[in-house]
Design a protein around this ligand. Structure first.
Ligand SMILES: C[S@@+](CC[C@H](N)C(=O)[O-])C[C@H]1O[C@@H](n2cnc3c(N)ncnc32)[C@H](O)[C@@H]1O
Length: 197
């Protein structure tokens, strides 16, 4: 795609996202719970039902998965959850200034197992730095994967980060996701945002 066209497409997507966020976040608390790559929304719908004081936003880049998630929450009449078709970096970069992330879930993200594709993984130092700029002091990032090398690599990034620290805390809420049900085994990390920038 020529550069100018790509820039125009990105600008249109950004404008659409900003207007969706304005609607979805109107009158919602400033601190948000975010699930990145929420798939069919099983986890977030169950979480929202048991955490009525939190506003929960689920994002994914696959439309039909989100449509199922939306159906589920409409049926359950959950007022504190919304799903948006958008990419993680795009969402975080464009989060309105009056909102911050307090709980962030990344559950069974795409593992990009081939070595030359590792750079496409979501949990990377640059993304952790970006998340830190949009998160509340003391925010928690909850990461779970069934891919051992991804888990190890992410642990290294958490340890090396000046903003995020691995903490020894229990997983906050159990509800198997679609990919968790398929996994033979998995590992979890809880990571806390330090107070200092
Ligand atoms: C392996 S699936 C896991 C889905 C769900 N979390 C589960 O455990 O069943 C990974 C999901 O992340 C979504 N995804 C991948 N990259 C993403 C990105 N950059 N931003 C938002 N969602 C993304 C994919 O579309 C997919 O639905």
């Amino acid at each position: 795609m020529p550069l100018e066209l790509a820039q125009a497409v990105a600008a249109t997507r950004r404008a659409e996202l900003l207007s969706q966020l304005e609607v979805v976040l109107r009158n919602q608390p400033s601190k948000l719970t975010l699930e990145i790559g929420c798939g069919h929304g099983h986890y977030l719908a169950a979480y929202a039902a048991t955490h009525p004081d939190e506003f929960c936003l689920g994002i994914d880049i696959i439309r039909d998965r989100l449509e199922r998630a939306e159906k589920k929450t409409r049926r359950a009449k959950l007022p504190n959850v919304a799903f948006l078709l958008t990419e993680a970096r795009m969402l975080v970069e464009n989060l309105p200034k009056n909102h911050v992330l307090e709980h962030i879930f990344v559950l069974f993200p795409d593992p990009w197992p081939k070595r030359r594709h590792n750079k496409h993984r979501l949990i990377r130092p640059d993304f952790l730095d970006l998340l830190a700029t949009k998160s509340a002091p003391g925010a928690r990032l909850y990461f779970r994967t069934d891919h051992g090398p991804y888990f190890e690599e992410a642990a290294g990034f958490f340890q090396a980060s000046s903003r995020w620290n691995l903490v020894n805390e229990p997983w906050p809420f159990e509800q198997p996701t679609v990919f968790q049900n398929r996994a033979l085994d998995y590992q979890s990390s809880v990571v806390a945002l330090t107070d200092q920038a």
